[in-house]
Design a protein around this ligand. Structure first.
Ligand code: S3P
Length: 220
């Protein structure tokens, strides 16, 4: 509950943007793939190679279960995590899910130029563009179940982190009006968040006062 979840295709920037926005919001950052690797002491390609995709998906669901029992985190998910209906329901419930939408050509470019060189077993193909397009088409419907979609092509990291941060703060104001607002850099809580909480508390206490006054009138 109360997590900011990033979903989307490989190389859409989930991990980089997630880590950056978590830092700005002072929230914990969790990456489901890294979590799985720590959980079983093996890398994702090793899990795929030794046990296959079905075993990987089971570990992924287990990791999502565990991660979703915590709150106030930014969570970046593996590209296929949102396809499974149970995972999707768990990720959507009480959290803000943002889909980072990326063009297939950008994915292929980024795969070629990836500094981390992290292999993506599912994208290992003689025609990577065709493979990416095929997998993206299969996942289109799943990704459309995110609460918000943001296109990442041709936008700077700075701009995207700013947009993710704004979306999170707006979601918090709308869904958790009494929650302690995330402190802005420099320590002070954002003014609009506190104003919303004050208004909400005033509304609640005037409702309570109204009910008490009505009960007193009835008793008199
Ligand atoms: C996968 C994407 C990978 C990783 C695994 C499967 C997928 O994560 O979870 O290789 O099914 O698309 P990234 O989205 O971080 O590449």
């Amino acid at each position: 509950m109360d997590n900011l979840i990033l979903v989307g295709f490989s190389c859409s920037g989930k991990t980089t943007l997630g880590r950056n926005v978590a830092r700005r919001l002072r929230l914990n950052f969790v990456d489901t793939d890294r979590y799985i690797e720590e959980m079983c002491g093996r890398t994702i390609p090793e899990i795929f190679r030794e046990d296959g995709e079905v075993a990987f998906r089971a570990l992924e669901s287990e990791a999502i279960d565990r991660i979703m029992s915590e709150q106030n985190q930014v969570v970046s998910t593996g590209g296929g995590a949102f396809v499974n209906l149970d995972n999707r329901a768990k990720l959507r419930t009480g959290n803000l899910v943002i889909h980072l939408q990326v063009r297939p050509e950008t994915v292929v470019d980024r795969l070629r130029n990836s500094k981390s060189g992290r292999p993506r077993p599912l994208l290992d193909s003689t025609d990577p563009l065709e493979r990416v397009m095929e997998l993206m088409a299969e996942r289109k419907e799943a990704y459309s179940a995110a609460h918000v979609t943001i296109g990442v092509d041709d936008r700077s990291r700075y701009e995207l982190v700013g947009e993710l941060r704004r979306r999170w703060l707006a979601w918090q104001r709308a869904h958790r009006p009494t929650a302690t607002p995330t402190p802005a850099r420099g320590g002070r809580p954002p003014l609009r968040g506190s104003l919303a909480s004050v208004k909400h508390n005033l509304r609640r206490s005037s409702l309570r006062y109204g009910a008490a006054a009505a009960a007193a009138r009835r008793a008199a």
